[in-house]
Design a protein around this ligand. Structure first.
Ligand SMILES: [Zn+2]
Ligand SMILES: [Zn+2]
Length: 295
C-alpha cells in the first residue's frame, strides 16, 4: 500500500514553544483523523491567513504513533525523524505556480491548495520538489522513504533486519543528525524487540508493569552509548530490554560487562546474567522456538 505524503500546518512564527511541539508532537482536531496515518511522510507548512508571502514550508518527518484524547475530539501524532529545513521554502515554485499544484489531480479537484486545511494530502511530485527546494539530499530522502516503509511492516524480525541494514550503512554524523530523535524516543528498534521478546527484562526477567493506556512498560539500554557515535550503535544487537531497576543500576551502580561474541556477561552488584545479543539471527530463532512452544 502506498500512501501519499501530507502537509501539516504548524505555526512557528507566533508561538514560544517552537522547540517542544514542532518536530515532536502534532495536535489536530478529529475532522482530520483520516488525513493523518502512522507511517505517512509529511512536510510542515506555516500558514498565514492574510499574507501569502508569509506562507512557507519549514521541515519534514514521518508520523509515528497516533493517540486520541479521551473524549475523541483531539488527536496527537508522534513525530519521527523530524528535520528542520536549513532554509524556508516559499509556497511558489521559482518557475511560477504553487509547489502544491504539481499533480494536484492525485489529491483534489482544483489546482489551488486548500491552504486553510491543517492536514492535506499532496502528490509525490509536489513533496519531492519542496524537499529539493529545501536542499534535502536524495540520500536523506531514500532513508525517509525506507523508514516509513519499514515501520509499516508487520513482521518485527523484518523491521529489525531492515533497520539494522539502514543503521549500519550510516556514518556516525548522519546517524546523529537524522536518527537520534528516533532512537531516543525508543520507537522502532525497541518496539520490534518488545514484540519479539516480550516486555521482559533481559537481566533479571522482571516483566514490565501494565501501562494505563495499554501495553507494558519496559526500557531499552544501548550497550554502546549512542553519544559515543560509534558505528552500529543503533542496531538491535546493541540494545537490550531492561526493567527500570536494572536500568538505573546499569547507569549508577557497580557494573561489570564482558563481551562474549554472541552474548554479554553482565554483573550488576550481586546479580549476574548472560544476555544474548539481540542479533536478527538470535531473535529469529527465539521467535521460532516460542511459536512451537505455543501453537
Ligand atoms: Zn531487571
Ligand atoms: Zn541505558
Amino acid at each position: 500500500m502506498s500512501t501519499l505524503p501530507i502537509i501539516l500546518s504548524q505555526r512557528i512564527d507566533s508561538t514560544s514553544n517552537y522547540k517542544d511541539v514542532p518536530f515532536s508532537l502534532y495536535h489536530y482536531p478529529k475532522r482530520y483523523r483520516n488525513q493523518v496515518n502512522t507511517g505517512d511522510t509529511f512536510i510542515y507548512y506555516q500558514g498565514d491567513r492574510f499574507k501569502r508571502e508569509n506562507r512557507y514550508y519549514f521541515g519534514f518527518g514521518v508520523i509515528g504513533k497516533i493517540e486520541a484524547s479521551k473524549d475523541g475530539e483531539d488527536y496527537y501524532a508522534e513525530i519521527l525523524e523530524g528535520t528542520q529545513f536549513s532554509n524556508k521554502v516559499p509556497i511558489y515554485k521559482p518557475s511560477g505556480g504553487f509547489f502544491e499544484s504539481e499533480d494536484y489531480q492525485e489529491v483534489r479537484e482544483k489546482p489551488t491548495p486548500a491552504w486553510q486545511s491543517s492536514a492535506r494530502k499532496i502528490s509525490n511530485k509536489a513533496f519531492n520538489e519542496i524537499l529539493k527546494a529545501a536542499n534535502i539530499e536524495n540520500e536523506t530522502l531514500s532513508l525517509y522513504g525506507a523508514i516509513s516503509n519499514i515501520e509499516s511492516q508487520a513482521d518485527p524480525i523484518l523491521v529489525l533486519k531492515l533497520l539494522n541494514e539502514k543503521y549500519r550503512s550510516f556514518s556516525p554524523e548522519k546517524k546523529d543528525r537524522l536518527i537520534s530523535t528516533h532512537v531516543d524516543r525508543g520507537t522502532s528498534v525497541t518496539n520490534a524487540l518488545k514484540e519479539v521478546l516480550g516486555p521482559q527484562c533481559q537481566i533479571c526477567g522482571h516483566i514490565g508493569f501494565n501501562k494505563k493506556n495499554g501495553g507494558r512498560y519496559i526500557e531499552a539500554h544501548h550497550l554502546v552509548q549512542i553519544a559515543l557515535k560509534k558505528e552500529d550503535s543503533l542496531c538491535s544487537d546493541n540494545v537490550i530490554l531492561v526493567c527500570p531497576n536494572c536500568h538505573r543500576e546499569i547507569h549508577h551502580g557497580e557494573i561489570d560487562v564482558e563481551d562474549r561474541v554472541n552474548q554479554i556477561f553482565i554483573r550488576l552488584g550481586t546479580k549476574e546474567a548472560i544476555v544474548n545479543k539481540n542479533t536478527v539471527e538470535y531473535l529469529d530463532k527465539y521467535l521460532k522456538t516460542h511459536q512451537t512452544n505455543h501453537p
